[in-house]
Structure formats: structure tokens, C-alpha cells
Design a binder for this molecule. Structure first.
Ligand SMILES: C[S@@+](CC[C@H](N)C(=O)[O-])C[C@H]1O[C@@H](n2cnc3c(N)ncnc32)[C@H](O)[C@@H]1O
Length: 221
């Protein structure tokens, strides 16, 4: 019998899906709902420099672009970045830039941010504690972190052949985020993804966790 080991969804997987990404209305609606939750959690300001990590085609950054200063859209998939760069050019947007970046292996940018947002990407990053520490170090004192991802699930969201985190237990992620140096950690449920599975329709809730890097520097706003 041949058994296949679960594999991670690497950049090639997302490269291949990038051109069709925006055709999925659920992805678009999810981006809008997460943007609403970010607005609720953070006093957004036109002077805030933001990093959108695992930006995909920009479905979170585009709804927020007129309420923030610069946004750096970073992703490990060249295909996703190609699509988002085309959208930026087509709309003559001046405050969004793109960067190919995998914070697991690449050096972190030297620039610091006032806000980091990341949507549906944390479950693809094996070492959660490491990435939380990197996010912390990338923020200015007083800066905000907003992570949207799946609540803990049974593995059926991606299926057994895919090696990712099966969502996150909110209490456990909150503890890890506090250990990485964040305070004011709060969760809101922002969206529910409904998927057809073998014998049933299943709901997968999506949370937004927000937190703040300690420090004196006053963030704009
Ligand atoms: C499920 S998609 C979400 C895309 C977008 N944030 C959205 O909500 O539509 C996950 C994204 O994370 C990116 N990604 C996965 N692992 C990554 C890593 N280690 N570093 C940077 N980006 C990563 C993928 O290329 C993909 O664009």
C-alpha cells in the first residue's frame, strides 16, 4: 500500500491559484469582514505604516488603503504578488507596495511598522512562537498586531493530505502572543466559512486577534 505523507502548501500552490483568487466571493467577503474587525480593534490613522503579511491578492489591504499611511504587502508567492502589483498599477494607488518575503527564512525588513495585519496565513507558518516574536520586533513600540485565522478545527478544512495548523485554540494563541511581548490581547469572531465535506456542510469560524506591543511611543491617532 502506498501512503502519502501530508505536505505543506508551498508558494507553488498559491502561485497556481493566484489568478483565480479574486473570483471567489467568499474570499472577498472574508477580506471585507476582517477589515471591519481591524477597524473595530485599532484606531486607524493616515500616518500608520502597515505590513500585510501573507497578503495574497490584497483582499484585506485594499479595503483599508484609504484609512492608513503606507501598506507593504508581503507574501512568499510570486504569483500572488504579480496579481496584487497589477491591481495597484491599474488603480494608480500610491501608498501600497509589494515585497516577496518569507519571515521563516528571509531577513526581516529593517523598516518598523505601526500595524501588522495577517489574514488566513498563520496556519501555514509552522513555528507560531517564532513568527509572533518576529512580528513583535517589526513593530514600533505601541504598535498593533491583528491576526485573522481559523478557530481550532478537526483538520477537515484542508484535508488530511495537507500539513498545516488545524486552526488555533484562542486561549493558547493568546498566551503565546502575550509571551511574545504583546498586551491588550482580544478576540472577536468575524466570519464563518461554510464548506461541503464528505457527508455534511461544516462551519469554520474565523477570529480576529488583536494585540499591542508595549512601549511609550505614541502611535499616530
Ligand atoms: C489562505 S491565503 C490568504 C491570502 C490573503 N491574506 C487573503 O486573506 O485572501 C495564505 C497566503 O499566505 C501566503 N503564505 C503562506 N506561507 C507564507 C509564508 N511563510 N510567508 C509569507 N506568506 C506566506 C500564501 O502565499 C498566501 O498568499
Amino acid at each position: 500500500m502506498i501512503t502519502t505523507l501530508p505536505t505543506q502548501l508551498d508558494a507553488n500552490h498559491f502561485d497556481a491559484r493566484a489568478r483565480q483568487w479574486d473570483e471567489n466571493p467568499v474570499f472577498k467577503q472574508r477580506g471585507l469582514k476582517i477589515a471591519d474587525a481591524v477597524r473595530k480593534a485599532v484606531p486607524l490613522h493616515r500616518d500608520m505604516n502597515t505590513l500585510d503579511y501573507g497578503c495574497g491578492t490584497g483582499l484585506l489591504s485594499f479595503p483599508l488603503k484609504d484609512e492608513l499611511g503606507t501598506i507593504l504587502l508581503a507574501d512568499s508567492s510570486s504569483g500572488m504578488l504579480e496579481v496584487v502589483a497589477e491591481k495597484i498599477t491599474a488603480l494608480s494607488i500610491t501608498n501600497l507596495t509589494v515585497m516577496k518575503l518569507d519571515l521563516q527564512t528571509d531577513p526581516a525588513p529593517t523598516k518598523k511598522f505601526d500595524l501588522i495585519v495577517t489574514a488566513m496565513t498563520l496556519h501555514h507558518v509552522p513555528d507560531t512562537d517564532h513568527i509572533l516574536r518576529v512580528f513583535h520586533d517589526l513593530l514600533n513600540p505601541g504598535g498593533y498586531l491583528c491576526i485573522a485565522d481559523l478557530d481550532k478545527e478537526d483538520g477537515s478544512f484542508h484535508g488530511p493530505e495537507v500539513d498545516v495548523h488545524h486552526g488555533f485554540d484562542q486561549a493558547d494563541l493568546g498566551r503565546r502572543t502575550a509571551q511574545a511581548g504583546f498586551s491588550d490581547i482580544q478576540f472577536q469572531t468575524v466570519f464563518t466559512i461554510n464548506k461541503e465535506r464528505e457527508t455534511e456542510q461544516k462551519d469554520y469560524p474565523v477570529f480576529l486577534m488583536s494585540g499591542r506591543r508595549a512601549g511609550d511611543k505614541k502611535i499616530p491617532g
